[in-house]
Design a protein around this ligand. Structure first.
Ligand SMILES: [Fe+2]
Length: 284
């Protein structure tokens, strides 16, 4: 029997009593999806599965995305990324997610869920911070909701690097950039399963708004981002080894805590990441 418990923040649920290595029934999976769509984040506790079992679980949520930064993919597993600070990574790779964003918002077919499986976790640091952009949208004044209804933001990987005091992030090579040209997404985007509305990707890749003067567009995006990043919408997850965090990328922004190179085994961080697009198979 699985059990859900509130996380220590404004949203999210931890999940106990689930063993992915033993498989997940349709009934259990349906329950997980419903709780995710209601609470934005699940943390499956004490998991012990191998890459193939993890990937099998990931595929229940949608189609795994092979990241445009092909050098970050896991050897023999192009659907997975090894995220962290192990010695093979330089500063840009260690901190490639240390800015507010949602995954694959720079592609036409965006990510719908991302999961990180904690394999090594430092004693200090290594958290993922997330904000609930549906709660942030719900709380907007009606006049702002009316002003932004129907607006379309334009997104590009790396376009907002260094903006609003964020860290400078990786720039794509010419070949990589050609694979992901600028794309439009509604600023207020309905969830593909529930139809509920949230502010979508107002940080990370949105660099302008279609048909709006440049300064006004970047000012509006910055204002909405600042609104989302308030403490009342924010949760920072400190992983235990064995945690699998899954979040709804359509209704959240996230940001990795910046991390340095490890100096001891206790300061190493390694997570396996799967991002998927499309709907879970049970909603097809
Ligand atoms: Fe990310």
């Amino acid at each position: 029997m699985i059990r859900y418990e509130k996380l220590d923040g404004p949203f999210g649920r931890s999940v106990y009593g689930l063993d992915l290595a033993a498989g997940v029934s349709d009934e259990t999976f349906r329950s997980l999806t419903k709780v995710l769509y209601n609470h934005r984040l699940l943390v499956l506790k004490s998991q012990a599965c191998n890459v193939d079992e993890y990937l099998q679980f990931g595929r229940l949520w949608g189609t795994p995305i092979q990241h445009v930064v092909d050098t970050s993919r896991m050897p023999d597993y192009p659907d997975l990324l090894a995220v962290g600070n192990l010695p093979d990574k330089d500063d840009l790779s260690r901190n490639s997610a240390a800015f507010w964003h949602t995954d694959q918002s720079y592609e036409a077919d965006v990510a719908t869920a991302t999961m990180l499986y904690a394999r090594k976790m430092p004693d200090v640091g290594g958290e993922t911070r997330l904000v609930d952009t549906k709660a942030a949208y719900d709380d907007l004044d009606i006049s702002i909701k009316e002003n932004i209804a129907g607006l379309t933001a334009i997104h590009f990987y790396g376009a907002t690097s260094g903006r609003d005091g964020e860290r400078r992030t990786r720039q794509l090579t010419g070949t990589q950039a050609a694979r992901v040209p600028p794309v439009p997404h509604p600023l207020v985007r309905p969830h593909t399963v529930t139809g509920e509305h949230a502010l979508y990707a107002v940080a990370g890749t949105a660099f302008t708004i279609d048909g709006m003067e440049e300064g006004k567009a970047s000012g509006l995006i910055a204002q909405l981002k600042e609104h989302c990043l308030q403490d009342k919408y924010l949760y920072a997850h400190k992983y235990a080894v064995g945690d699998i965090a899954i979040w709804d990328t359509q209704m959240t922004l996230h940001c990795a805590t910046p991390i340095g190179a490890p100096t001891t085994p206790e300061s190493e961080r390694l997570l396996w990441r799967i991002s998927v697009r499309g709907k879970p198979s049970i909603y097809q």
